[in-house]
Design a protein around this ligand. Structure first.
Ligand SMILES: [Mg+2]
Length: 379
């Protein structure tokens, strides 16, 4: 008897994130069980409560039914089936892309477990044994000196890079003053030393005009940023083009808010960045992210997983990054948090500042179902 998909469960979860000043964050997990009892787990980073309930509704009112009774080894056929179903409302992105992501990741995990091979091998093998780890942070402190000391602690603890989000919750107030932001970058560089990587992530909440961004990028140049990320809103490809023309020495990271292969193809063809940010919990799963990563590699553009939710996304992203010729770093949230440290039996952590992964089948993580229930919004 061939193994088939017996059932698909959907869990909308809510949790407070210590790495984001205890803000509430939301994800959807999927659990796909095969007829022989094997289980695969998936996730999407829906992030907001309303998006989480909407994704859950799409899954529970139609999309999971498309999988039941099917052969889980045909995961790409199933990915196409689900994409085909959402043609009217979501095959160009949005909530449907979250739903596809959560199903696709669980299908790859299940397939790996059924075949007894790790995801990185299903993706074609490792291009890297390990990647330097970046502490991806929203500083908790309020003064520049205290923030610089906080970031230097991560480097002392072994991280090879720090990434700082501007415009985030809490008292940091980064992204609000040119003079203060420049002082911040200068002080952090002094605190972390010349060899540590340093990424500044402007993000969605900070609105820089083109002349302001040019001025800031030029002012940041002497402080040797690894890259400057998400300077403008994602639609503003022309702004990115003009920024690059004005400050060609500044490396640019971009892309975490796009949805699929075609979005990234447009970005790559516009030649507006050096590194793309990608999250398999948003970009139609491992299948979608693999397509995007390969495109970027062919355009000589780096790939950095966005990776800011649960250990399921960390696992998927880490396998993808280790299998990608164009990945150079791997991001982790530096402070203990429920979706990384409670959800799985063996939480991820860098060793001597590097991330690697073993050869357990599928994603290689064991999800603790009582923890899923603890954070389940449906209970
Ligand atoms: Mg970012």
């Amino acid at each position: 008897m061939p193994v088939t998909i017996k059932k698909v469960d959907v869990f909308p979860l809510g949790y407070q994130e210590p790495n984001d000043n205890n803000a509430w964050r939301y994800i959807v997990l999927t659990r796909i069980e095969a007829s022989d009892g094997t289980v695969g787990w998936g996730e999407c980073i829906s992030q907001f409560k309303e998006a989480t309930y909407a994704t859950t509704a799409l899954l529970e009112n139609g999309l999971t039914d498309l999988l039941v009774g099917k052969d889980p080894l045909d995961h790409e056929t199933l990915w196409n089936t689900v994409r085909g179903q959402v043609w009217w409302y979501g095959d160009v992105g949005g909530i449907a892309a979250f739903a596809i992501s959560a199903l696709d990741i669980a299908l790859w995990d299940l397939k790996g477990k059924l075949l007894g091979i790790p995801l990185h091998q299903m993706l074609g093998g490792k291009q890297h044994e390990k990647l330097p780890t970046c502490a991806s942070t929203h500083p908790k402190a309020s003064t520049i000196d205290a923030m610089a000391a906080e970031l230097a602690t991560h480097i002392r603890n072994g991280y090879k890079l720090v990434k700082v989000g501007f415009g985030k919750k809490g008292e940091a107030n980064l992204g609000t003053s040119a003079v203060r932001d420049l002082e911040f970058v200068k002080t952090v560089r002094q605190a972390i030393g010349p060899d540590a990587g340093f990424i500044v992530d402007i993000g969605a909440k900070v609105h820089w005009t083109l002349p302001y961004a040019v001025k800031m990028a030029r002012a940041f140049l002497p402080h040797n940023l690894t890259w400057l990320e998400d300077v403008f809103q994602p639609d503003n490809l022309l702004g990115y083009s003009q920024l690059r023309a004005a400050v060609p020495e500044m490396m640019i990271g971009f892309g975490e808010r796009f949805w699929n292969r075609n979005d990234y193809l447009r970005l790559l063809q516009a030649n507006v960045c050096d590194v793309i940010l990608v999250d398999p919990g948003r970009t139609e799963g491992i299948t979608g992210m693999q397509q995007i990563t390969q495109l970027a590699a062919r355009h000589n553009v780096g790939m950095d997983p966005h990776c800011w939710s649960s250990a399921i996304i960390t696992a998927a992203s880490l396998h993808l990054a280790l299998a990608a010729p164009n990945a150079t770093i791997f991001e982790m949230k530096p402070f203990e948090n429920p979706m990384q440290h409670e959800l799985v039996t063996q939480p991820f952590a860098p060793v001597d500042g590097y991330m690697s992964i073993g050869d357990a089948p599928g994603l290689g993580v064991e999800v603790i179902e009582s923890v899923v229930q603890k954070y389940n919004l449906k209970k």
